[in-house]
Structures are given as C-alpha cells and as structure tokens.
Design a protein around this ligand. Sequence first.
Ligand SMILES: C[S@@+](CC[C@H](N)C(=O)[O-])C[C@H]1O[C@@H](n2cnc3c(N)ncnc32)[C@H](O)[C@@H]1O
Length: 297
Amino acid sequence: MRDVAAIAPGTVDDALAAASRVLRGVEDAAVEARALLVAVLDVRPSWIALHRGEQLAPGVTDRLLDAARRRARGAPLQYATGRAAFRHLVLSVDERVLIPRPETELLVDLALGGLPAGGVAVDVGTGSGCIALALASEGRFERVIATDVSSDALAVARSNAAALAATLACPLELREGSLLAPLRGTRARLVVSNPPYIAAGEAESLPRSVRDWEPALALYSGSTGMAHIQRLATDAAAVLEPGGRLALEVDARRASLAAELVASDGRYEGVEVRLDLTGRERFVLARRRAGVAGSDA
Ligand SMILES: C[S@@+](CC[C@H](N)C(=O)[O-])C[C@H]1O[C@@H](n2cnc3c(N)ncnc32)[C@H](O)[C@@H]1O
C-alpha cells in the first residue's frame, strides 16, 4: 500500500465530499466517491474508515476529481480510474481496450486445465494483454505470443507487459496483425481468444457503458457475430500442434453454433461447450486431432 496520508491540505473526508459533489446526479454518489478513492489509492475499502480525518498526499485529490469527472460523464469505473483487476494482476486500461471481464478469468483456467507444460501459447485479440499476461505469469509455456489488429490496444498491452515484466515466467511477444497471421509459421500448443462476438445489429441492446465507451473493434464481428470465431476455428487448426487446444470465449446465445462451427472443421476432436460461474454457455474448447494435415480444411 502506498503512503497516501501525508502533507497536502485536504483530508480524506474533504476529498470524498468534493468527489461526491462532482458525482451529484450519479446514483449513490457517496459510494461511488469511495470506490473511486479506493481505486485511485490502491487500498482496501476499510482503509477509508481508518483514515477519514487524515491529510491526503499531494495530487491525490486531483486524481480523484479527474476520475469523478470521467465517471460523471458515464465512464465505467475501470476507465475512470484507469485500472482493472484480472486474476492476480492489476492492469492499466483506457478506452483503447476492452475492460477485462471476470468470465475471461475462467477462460484462462479452462485454457490451462490439463494441458501439458511447454510449447507456445497464443492469445488472439489481446486487448489490454490480460489473458496473455496471465498465461505468461503461470510458468507453463516456453513462450506466449499475443496478437491484436489494433495498434492502440497493443500500446496498452505493451505498457502493461512492461509494468509486469518482473512477474513473467516466460517471454511474451506482442504482434500486430489480424488473428493468427502474425504467427508466421509458429506451431502452438494453445490458441486462446476472447474475440469480438457481437452482431452489428445487436449494438442497441448493449448497455450504454459498453456501447458508448468500449472500442467497437473489440465488440463487433460482422452481421452474425460469428465472423471472427469462424476464421479463428479454421486458422487455429493450421497452427495448433497435435493435441493442442483451442479455447474460445463466445456469446452465450451462440455457444452451440460456435461449437458446431469448430466441429465442422474436421481437424478437431473433443469439442465441448463449457459454462461460466452463472451457468451460461460461454466457452468452446477443442483439441487438435493428430494425423490430419494442417491446411486441409
Ligand atoms: C473482446 S476484445 C478482448 C480483449 C482481451 N483479450 C480481453 O479478453 O479483455 C477483442 C480484441 O480483439 C481485437 N481484434 C478485433 N479484430 C481482430 C482481428 N481481426 N485480429 C486480431 N485482433 C482483433 C480487438 O482489437 C480487441 O482488442
């Protein structure tokens, strides 16, 4: 925890009151103000109760008020504070990348489960780098490669990778390009992806915090929502080693369709739909069959 109680004028209570004024009109403004301060200071929620009358360090109130202004304009909490938790990692995020979701933490578990150690893991559409960084910190692979078509997203992933470099157990390479094209012939033990999977016509049904703030490139996948998954299923079969795993996060409404699509490629076996912690069909797993040529789909 940082040394936040220090010399500048303005106590914890003063800062919270100022932030609550900025957040006037937002539901539960006082609760929001406390959540923002907790995130800005990187402290436990109980810290506030223990330090209410203490002076805050210089700059903290300014950072809190900046975050409150962004929140008052409707920014999701993570964009307002610039930070998001993912598994054991804390990542920097902004509007260039999707905010990492709790179900994607489960995708990492499913991707790793029972997979022999070694080989190369590939995270397609890495965004903030959350999946790739979690994999690279596990010590299970010789190398992790993360791709994204967005140079803006890769800049965020690069900065997260630099900040977490000391915690990584293997090299992590960030490569710009579409889907698996940046692999240039590398064979992979794991291809994991949380690709865009919203159909263009579904935009209106998304929560405003998603539709108005998160990058369109991270959300939409053609008119059916299946364009990325379809391409990935085909391309991953060509790069996976025999026995290698494809692990995809998918839209709950189209999980069986995604599984059928993967199975119909003919180069996978053990294709299965897995549930998230709320019981929704959110993941498709498949194993690359041995003895089937890589490019014969
Ligand atoms: C749903 S977001 C997932 C981001 C991150 N992996 C996560 O789980 O939070 C999808 C990501 O795929 C990227 N993307 C979109 N089209 C792509 C493509 N054709 N090739 C590679 N990445 C792509 C987007 O820029 C975005 O970062």
